[in-house]
Design a protein. Structure first.
Length: 334
């Protein structure tokens, strides 16, 4: 009989899917690493279980303990699955710009959810960074995950996602493109792929309102780059330790509007019901067209599921209020 002993054993081995319509004007083969096939419907399952297992080994997380994390939702889901199987309590601290679906899903799997304001500085006591740290100090037998600086995040992708992409492309991958938030995905995968072939180009997709692109290009952390944005799951107003800028060849920035529009295009034109960062990622690929030729194999990673965004990016009224709906022009015009 073939079965998993628990849901955590089903994490990983997600498929590569050829994109056919949105990428029709690209000269290369473009493949999507579809991470919604993980049990928590996102790439974050991989690092969530890795961070927990490493914390257990290092004595940071003890039996009956409480896991505390600031999350945009997906890491929280991965942590929740592990907490259920392993018998931990979970408190997720989330910013109020995240979709209601993410909050509801976390509560559905038993997590306690604390909602914090988005439009505050990272060191503000009300920020989700600060609240997470405070709760970890106040609650007995608690462990603060800190996915931004916890290098087990990067290791998860170096050990699993990177090798999968290399094997699935038979080593023919030439470019890897992915949205960057905590930095673990791009850094772990990028490190593995460049060890296999230093000529592989690693591209990060950033958003306007985030510091990554300018910092990578100039070494300057420019606070003038920071302002609130709508795109979920990518970009930062801090420099997480998991972002290894040395393995990243460049960044391209995608607007909130384009990220939203292309999230819907993926669903309608490719049958890929993905989250908001996937829209940003595929628009980023199109913006990098000049870097590709007919012999290239480009892999773009799609982080999470569209089910987390039904009330926002897949809702016509919400899109109209943002001024995004009229931007749904044809792919050929892009």
């Amino acid at each position: 009989m073939q079965y998993a002993n628990n849901i955590l054993e089903t994490i990983g081995n997600t498929p590569l899917v050829k994109l056919n319509h949105i990428t029709a004007n690209l000269p290369c083969l473009c493949l999507a690493k579809v991470e919604t096939f993980n049990p928590g419907n996102s790439v974050k399952d991989r690092m969530a279980i890795k961070m927990i297992e490493d914390a257990e080994k290092n004595g940071l997380l003890k039996p009956g303990g409480t896991i505390i994390e600031g999350t945009s939702g997906n890491t929280g889901m991965g942590l929740a699955l592990a907490a259920i199987v392993k018998g931990y309590k979970l408190i997720c601290v989330i910013a109020d710009k995240q979709s209601q679906e993410k909050i509801d899903i976390l509560r559905a799997v038993g997590a306690e959810v604390v909602v914090c304001p988005t439009a505050v500085q990272p060191d503000d006591p009300r920020s989700y960074y600060s609240v997470s740290k405070r709760l970890a100090q106040e609650i007995p037998n608690a462990w603060y995950v800190n996915q931004y600086d916890n290098l087990s995040n990067t290791k998860a992708h170096y050990e699993s996602t990177g090798p999968e992409i290399w094997e699935q492309t038979d080593g023919k991958i030439t470019h890897f493109v992915v949205g960057v938030g905590t930095g673990g995905t791009i850094s772990g995968i990028g490190k593995y792929l460049k060890e296999k072939n230093p000529n592989i180009k690693i591209w990060g997709v950033d958003t306007y309102g985030s510091v990554f692109k300018k910092y990578h290009e100039t070494g300057i952390f420019d606070e003038k780059e920071i302002y609130p944005y709508i795109t979920e799951g990518i970009g930062e107003d801090i420099l997480p330790k998991n972002v290894d800028f040395d393995v990243i060849d460049g960044f391209t920035k995608v607007t909130d509007k384009d990220a939203a529009v292309f999230t819907r295009k993926l669903a309608r034109e490719e049958g890929l019901f993905m989250g908001n960062s996937a829209g940003a990622a595929i628009k980023g690929v199109l913006q990098l067209k000049e870097h590709f030729n007919e012999n290239d194999v480009v892999v773009v990673l799609f982080h999470d599921s569209g089910t987390r965004y039904v009330g926002k990016f897949f809702n016509d009224e919400w899109m109209k209020k943002q001024g995004f709906l009229e931007s749904e022009i044809s792919v050929n015009e892009k």
